[in-house]
Design a protein around this ligand. Structure first.
Ligand code: PEP
Ligand code: MN
Length: 344
């Protein structure tokens, strides 16, 4: 990492970047409140620390000690912030994403989208391509599901969060989605991480159910090193010996990740518990622990849901959860903003 002098000029910054790029390395610029740094990724044997330190405007060169580089707080001390639907992710504002596990029909999705909006949710989730444990289970509506999601965005103004399962699906899903979700089962699908890293879409990267926090950060590094800086990390429960819940919410992961990385950290209390009755409590806990957002499953008729009905809230339960989460947010000096239409 090249740390520029506080008074370095734009020419000097550009000069340091071309020096690195001309030697076949990739440069990642980060402008912090206090200093500008340039992350160098690639075969660093091609450059010498002492040589870089002689370039005009360069203060010094340091090696980032963590195995993940661009994701680390060493590289970027300030939180990463970006807009989704006029809500600033990674800021003081808490973003709530809600919707069904799967897009099942136009009626189901539009009804849910209206409920999300009315309750104060900020984005609509819904799987069109579903990673199912059984090959005989419903695999999702595919492209038809994406078209329904796009229609729901048109009607409600809610941005769309939907899963992409394979690199070859990325262009199609990116055409319709505002946020590309990488599922827990795909957290270490490196070809997929490369592919979403090359898009302009924000990425919601879910933690693998047996992955450590460090492995999640390494996965995010694949997206960041391809040039896509808009990554949200998502804790969604891990496998433990406990069978009372579908997974075990690793609430520790929230402050752990927040201390190691500048990326926004979300929590999915639906998959982390697997049972509707526990979702609101864990949503409150997530926000209290410092999560920047939530992603939850809701369904107008959970008893008829084709997937994850047991963990899906009804719209009125969701509205109640939003109220409770707002109270927790306010207690810790954060806000759950009112819905805004603009999408950035
Ligand atoms: C989902 O969000 O419906 C999903 C499949 O989540 P995960 O990848 O966390 O299991
Ligand atoms: Mn699900």
């Amino acid at each position: 990492m090249i740390v520029m002098r506080t008074n370095a000029t734009e020419e000097e910054i550009a000069g340091a970047i071309s020096y690195v790029e001309n030697r076949g390395l990739r440069a990642h610029l980060s402008r912090g409140a206090e200093r500008t740094v340039i992350g160098i990724v690639g075969d660093i044997r091609r450059v010498q620390k002492e040589a870089i330190e002689t370039l005009p405007g360069v203060d010094h060169v340091v090696r980032i000690s963590r195995p993940y580089k661009l994701a680390s707080r060493e590289f970027q001390p300030d939180n990463t912030e970006f807009n989704i639907n006029g809500v600033r992710v990674g800021s003081n504002q808490i973003l709530i994403i809600a919707g069904p596990c799967s897009v099942e029909s136009r009626e189901q999705l539009l009804e849910t989208a209206h409920a999300v909006r009315e309750a104060g949710g900020h984005a609509l989730r819904g799987g069109a391509f579903k990673p199912r444990t059984s090959p005989y289970a419903f695999q999702g509506m595919g492209e038809a599901g994406l078209e329904i999601l796009a229609e729901a965005r048109q009607i409600t103004g809610l941005p769309i969060v939907t899963e992409v399962m394979a690199p070859e699906q990325v262009p199609l899903v990116a055409k319709h989605a505002d946020v590309l979700q990488i599922g827990a089962r795909n957290m270490q699908n490196y070809n997929l991480l490369h592919a979403v890293g090359q898009t302009e879409r924000a990425v919601l990267l879910k933690r693998g159910m047996s992955a450590t926090a460090e492995e999640l950060l390494m996965a995010s590094e694949y997206v960041l090193s391809n040039g896509n800086r808009r990554v949200i990390l998502c804790e969604r429960g891990i496998r433990t010996f406990e069978t009372a819940t579908r997974n075990t919410t690793d609430i520790n992961a929230v402050p752990v990740l927040k201390s190691q990385t500048h990326l926004p950290v979300f929590l999915d209390p639906s998959h982390s518990t697997g049972k509707t009755e526990y979702v609101t409590a864990i949503a409150r806990a997530a926000v209290a622990a410092g999560a920047d957002g939530l992603i939850v499953e809701i369904h107008p008729h959970p008893e008829d849901a084709v997937s994850d009905g047991a963990q899906s809230m009804r719209p009125e339960q969701f509205a109640d959860m939003v109220r409770q989460v707002k109270a927790i947010a306010e207690a810790i000096g954060r806000t759950v903003p009112e819905h805004k239409r603009e999408i950035a």
